[in-house]
Ligand binder design. Structure first.
Ligand SMILES: Cc1ncc(COP(=O)(O)O)c(C=O)c1O
Length: 383
């Protein structure tokens, strides 16, 4: 099997699975219980919180566990908007955000917030000038993702952080696709809030976290027993949280070397596609400014969905766009915002890499891809 859909999800590290099993078999207490079993479970969460905080260079009390990236995005945006609504009602975001952000913004807009969606250039870089132009004294929140999940384009967080700081505006970033892969320093980037997810870094599904800067207040989205310092009620997913921390520790150790290797694998595939397959559009930035984990290419005169299934027959797994939108049948809002034509969007494939992919795998992928593209172009031309 050649798995090139790591932006949809990753295979858990064996150490993560072991950690989760240990937690479920032995340390199954409720962290809120006062007896020894509760204390052990609570210790597990405390140590996981410390571990995630350390990877980000923030304090333990600034990390709040959630049920994943989607909840972190919802909770951060909703929570900040509610907490800050007396100061203003304008929220600035981009057209290429993940649906977890866009749908939350849509709901906020229907309850009286004014949401501005800034555009991007042809490679998906958000227009900083447009963001600056839309900042006024009623702007309370800016949300801009760090790495786009479809193209890998990296947004300039530090520049936006400066704008936000200058305007006294809360700054959130969805870092689901960058945590563990790119350097991420909330203090340096002027971030007030971040969203993270475990299953994109070889951790379990259904667990994530928010970083919320000390002093930044949000109204909780989920209320109840007051866990997570009141920011997110509900009995904590102890095995998931322990697995998340283990995954973060492993992926962050030797991160630079792993990412350099991943960039080589990506560059090799890109070179091969450019040299051996004509009529393509590279939808990702080729090196600088792009995550080494993602490469998005349109193979004109083909259908991405059919290509995906042709590759699947050789046990090669890719994606047509983001996992969450691919089943919805609507065209990628990200590629649309970048100005691609319908046929370019419909023929796009996303290859997304992990530290386990090899050059040999890219040779096999190229080989299959060449044959599949050629045969589909021939068939579609004949129709
Ligand atoms: C950029 C981005 N944000 C948020 C999410 C949602 O994360 P989760 O699957 O943990 O809810 C994803 C997952 O595809 C993503 O890629």
């Amino acid at each position: 099997m050649i798995y090139l859909d790591n932006s949809a999800t990753t295979k858990p590290y064996p150490e993560v699975t072991q950690e989760i099993v240990k937690c479920m078999e032995d340390d199954f207490g409720n962290p809120s219980s006062l007896h020894r079993m509760g204390v052990i479970a609570e210790k597990r969460i405390r140590s996981a919180r410390r571990s995630i905080a350390m990877q980000l260079g923030v304090t333990d009390g600034e990390i709040y566990f959630t049920s994943g990236g989607t909840e972190a995005d919802n909770a951060a945006l909703y929570g900040a908007a509610q907490a800050l609504k007396r100061r203003g009602n304008r929220i600035i975001t981009s057209k290429i955000e993940h649906p977890a952000v866009l749908e939350t913004c849509r709901k906020l807009a229907s309850s009286g917030f004014e949401v501005i969606y800034v555009g991007t250039d042809s490679k998906g870089r958000a227009d900083i000038g447009e963001i600056e132009q839309h900042i006024n004294d009623r702007t309370i929140l800016i949300s801009l993702m760090h790495v786009n999940n479809e193209t890998g384009t990296i947004q300039p967080l530090e520049a936006i952080g400066l704008l936000a700081k200058h305007g006294g505006i809360c700054f959130h970033s969805d870092a689901v696709q960058s945590f563990g892969k790119l350097s991420l320093a909330p203090h340096k980037s002027g971030l007030d809030m971040l969203s993270l997810s475990a299953h994109k870094i070889h951790g379990p599904k259904g667990v994530g976290a928010m970083y919320i800067r000390n002093g930044c207040r949000i109204d909780p989205l989920i209320v109840g027993g007051g866990q997570e310092n009141g920011a997110r009620s509900g009995t904590e997913n102890v095995p998931g949280i322990a697995g998340f921390a283990k995954a973060a520790e492993i992926i962050c150790s030797g991160q630079n070397a792993k990412m350099k290797d991943m960039a080589k694998v990506r560059a090799y595939l890109l070179r091969g596609i450019k040299d051996e397959i004509g009529d393509i559009r590279i939808n990702s930035l080729e090196a600088d400014g792009c995550s080494p984990a993602i490469l998005n290419v349109s193979f004109e005169g083909t259908r991405g969905e059919v290509l995906l299934h042709m590759l699947e027959q050789s046990d090669i797994f890719v994606s047509t766009g983001s996992a969450c939108s691919s089943k919805r049948k609507n065209r990628s809002h990200v590629l649309k915002a970048m100005g691609l034509s319908d046929s370019q969007i419909d023929s796009a494939i996303r290859f997304s890499f992990s530290e386990f992919n090899t050059i040999e795998e890219m040779d096999q992928t190229l080989d299959r891809l060449k044959t599949a593209v050629k045969s589909m172009r021939k068939t579609l031309k004949g129709l």
